[in-house]
Design a protein around this ligand. Structure first.
Ligand code: PMV
Length: 308
């Protein structure tokens, strides 16, 4: 038996603008994870893919060509120069689906790592990220690549599409609450809506993306210097810009307002928006109050995490 896992992720700053070449910062979230486990079976049985949480079981040979599980398995096997083993590959995940926490990329990463481990081979973070990116294209349409990158590297990343990939260290601990709005956030659709807005008013959107880019650069410095208050203020500023892009929603606005009123140092949506998550940065002593306020404002659940 071989098993491997991968964490969830959140985008701290720069979603959407990152699709248009501006920087973004994302961090792994280790409180949630996806795990892939491979158990050998008798010769001739082929490779069965079992997604326990989704109640799915399919044999690789019968899987449709764009089945995300089959795609990552095929891509990885081709990369490793191996044929499908006779085995059962079981996937489990505690990462909420379509919630902006990178569930798809984490599942793919865990599968790629487990397959490499099964054959006694190793994949570098860059190789893993590239393999997972192929699957992200199915989920997202035109993904920037930030999800596969932060999850495969497992470290905070400063990312500019097709240009810059820098992992960096945080200068302090940043306690965050991740609040689920309960509304699914279909990344492909929201990215498409921004594309429409941009086509209709390119100058306005380019200006918004530039402003996001400035926020991201300042945020990276504040993260590296451990300036918690400055990071919070920049999160709230980023949220305002996301609102102007049209990717917030009354529910997300309400969650952000509730967190700030309860004493959060900053709050914003994270990921594609319209639904999905709100993240709130909390100071010592305010975590429980803000968590209660988020639940009272309608959050389905809150995951406390410390990014450090
Ligand atoms: O929904 P998520 O967390 O996978 O984030 C999407 C982030 C976008 O910037 C909106 C799209 C992208 O490909 O980067």
């Amino acid at each position: 038996m071989v098993s491997a896992s991968a964490p969830g992720k959140i985008i701290l700053f720069g979603e959407h603008a990152v699709v248009y070449g501006r920087p973004a910062v994302a961090v792994p979230v280790t409180q949630v994870s996806a795990t892939a486990r491979i158990d050998p079976t008798p010769a001739g049985e082929g490779l069965a893919l079992v997604a326990t949480d989704l109640d799915r079981r399919v044999n690789l040979a019968q899987a449709s060509p764009d089945d995300p599980l089959a795609v990552i398995v095929r891509e990885t096997l081709a990369h490793l120069g191996q044929s499908p083993p006779d085995a059962v590959l079981t996937i489990r995940s505690t990462i909420p689906i379509a919630g902006g926490l990178g569930s798809g990329a984490a599942v793919s990463t865990a599968i790629a790592r487990a397959l490499a481990g099964f054959f006694g081979q190793r994949l570098s973070p860059a190789e893993t990220s590239q393999l997972v990116y192929e699957v992200e294209k199915i989920h997202h349409g035109t993904p920037s690549g930030i999800d596969n990158t932060v999850i495969a590297y497992g470290q905070p990343v400063y990312f500019v599409r097709e240009k810059t990939l820098e992992t960096f260290s945080l200068g302090g601990a940043f306690p965050l609450l991740i609040a689920d709005s309960g509304v699914p956030s279909p990344t492909r659709e929201v990215v498409g809506a921004v594309r429409e807005g941009w086509s209709g008013a390119p100058e306005r959107y380019e200006e918004l993306f530039d402003q996001v880019g400035e926020v991201v650069d300042r945020a990276r410095e504040a993260l590296e210097d451990g300036q918690v208050k400055a990071v919070g203020a920049l999160m709230t500023r980023n949220q305002a810009l996301l609102g102007e892009m049209g990717v917030s929603s009354p529910m997300l606005d309400e969650l952000v307002a509730a967190a700030l009123e309860a004493g959060a140092l900053g709050a914003k949506l994270s990921g594609a928006g319209r639904g999905g998550n709100v993240i709130a940065l909390v100071g010592p002593g305010t975590s429980q109050i803000v968590e209660d306020a988020l639940i009272a404002a309608g959050a389905r659940y809150v995951i406390p995490t410390v990014v450090e």
